[in-house]
Design a protein around this ligand. Structure first.
Ligand SMILES: [Zn+2]
Length: 113
């Protein structure tokens, strides 16, 4: 019997989903959004929208800090999807520095994207 080999994309997504489904992240994300209930990108553009997810400003796959609030922003679904597309297409540039753990966090204010 033949079995399909997992593709790179499936591997990548299952790794990523494991992180976003873990209990520590879910608690961290919920706690952050209790204190930041509005989409931070919309707020920067003077729009009011409820946040639905927490985003790593500097993406984890390029070394962004996972649990440092300096690297987290609450986003609505629209902004989350927009940022994912921009990251995929290489259209978002974030100036960064390192935190005490040597992970990447943004330097200065995050711009509207
Ligand atoms: Zn938004």
């Amino acid at each position: 019997m033949n079995y399909a080999k997992p593709t790179y994309r499936q591997d990548y997504q299952s790794t990523s989903n494991n992180f976003y489904n873990n209990r520590k992240w879910k608690g961290f994300s919920m706690d952050y959004r209790k204190n930041n209930p509005l989409c931070e990108n919309c707020t920067r553009a003077n729009i009011v929208a409820l946040a639905k997810v927490c985003d790593h400003i500097v993406a984890m796959k390029v070394g962004g800090a996972k649990y440092d609030k300096a690297n987290i922003q609450a986003l609505c679904r629209h902004c989350d999807q927009r940022k994912r597309r921009m990251e995929r297409d290489g259209k978002i540039v974030i100036d960064f520095k390192t935190n005490e753990a040597g992970e990447l966090i943004p330097r200065g204010e995050v711009q509207v994207f």
